[in-house]
Design a protein around this ligand. Structure first.
Ligand SMILES: Cc1cc2nc3c(=O)[nH]c(=O)nc-3n(C[C@H](O)[C@H](O)[C@H](O)COP(=O)(O)OP(=O)(O)OC[C@H]3O[C@@H](n4cnc5c(N)ncnc54)[C@H](O)[C@@H]3O)c2cc1C
Length: 265
């Protein structure tokens, strides 16, 4: 089974600060990590390889320092990793990113499954996974919390999707693209041997030309999204009232107050 996993390097913080002048993320002084959801994607690919055999190919598109997340992927057991990096990709929005990743997956070739995280914790759009599936012309199964069954002979997969009000069981043909949530598994830690092997590894870099990307569909030229304004909303002020006394007194008082404010009927 040949599996491609897309991972993104993100700032190690959920408290992302925005430069008010340029409307871009302030990355200085912030260490970078693998997007947490993508660690579940790698783990699921490794578990599938252990069960069905095959290869796990991990891809990241980013600046040269994104190599670090690929080294981690190698350390936990990925077979091949690829850094997709080129000045021509600068300014790519989710559309251009999804296009470049889909071209890379086509270059890897004959992939049975593509696995992405459900979203990146910095950009947060959750658009890239579905965008890649669309460009590859394969089904997309988003918010997957469990793979129930894979039948490689019949080219079929059955998964559980985590929805707001429950779980949905979906069957799809293969190849397909999954985006995964954190309930799906528990990512493993790299072994000492894995870390040593990864430290010595030469990571191949693929340029726009290498993946056969149309220059009009990458970078700023291929990005129709315009960020007009980015800002952190002011924290909303709140007020509260502490009810004191015996429970038997407080509960009816609380119920009356909630009914008065029409919070309950
Ligand atoms: C106009 C514009 C210009 C931009 N310019 C730049 C820029 O110059 N440099 C820059 O770094 N960002 C830039 N960005 C941000 C960049 O487009 C997004 O970070 C990127 O497309 C991913 O979107 P997201 O973070 O919302 O990922 P999501 O869609 O939330 O990610 C979902 C999943 O897709 C996969 N994924 C996402 N991104 C990658 C990736 N790069 N490599 C591999 N897998 C991935 C992962 O599996 C991830 O879990 C720009 C955005 C806009 C709108």
């Amino acid at each position: 089974m040949k599996i491609a996993v897309c991972i993104k390097q993100v700032p190690d913080t959920t408290d992302v600060k925005i430069d008010p002048k340029t409307n871009t993320l302030i990355r200085e002084g912030v260490t970078s990590i693998c997007n947490p959801f993508d660690e579940y994607a790698i783990e699921e690919a490794l578990l599938l390889r252990e069960k069905h055999g095959g290869e796990v190919h991990v891809i990241t598109m980013g600046p040269p320092q994104a190599i670090e997340v690929l080294k981690n992927a190698l350390a936990v057991g990925a077979d091949r990793v690829y850094l997709v990096s080129d000045k021509a990709f600068a300014g790519s929005d989710t559309l251009a990113t999804a296009y470049a990743l889909s071209k890379t997956i086509q270059k890897i070739g004959e992939v049975d499954l593509v696995i992405c995280g459900k979203q990146a914790i910095d950009g947060d759009t959750a658009q890239v996974g579905p965008g890649v599936a669309t460009r590859l012309g394969i089904p997309q199964l988003t918010y997957v919390s469990k793979i129930r069954e894979i039948n490689l002979e019949k080219k079929k997969i059955i998964v559980e999707r985590l929805l707001e009000h429950g779980r949905e069981v979906v069957e799809s043909s293969l190849p397909a693209l999954l985006t995964v949530v954190k309930d799906i598994n528990e990512p493993r830690l790299p072994s000492l041997l894995g870390i040593k092997k990864a430290a010595k590894a030469q990571i191949p870099t693929l340029t726009a030309k290498d993946i056969g990307a149309d220059e009009n569909r990458i970078g700023l030229k291929g990005s129709p999204t315009w960020v007009v304004k980015v800002f952190s909303p002011e924290a909303r002020g709140g007020s509260g009232e502490m009810l004191k006394g015996e429970l038997t007194e407080i509960v009816p008082l609380l119920v009356n107050k909630l009914m008065d404010t029409k919070f309950i009927k």
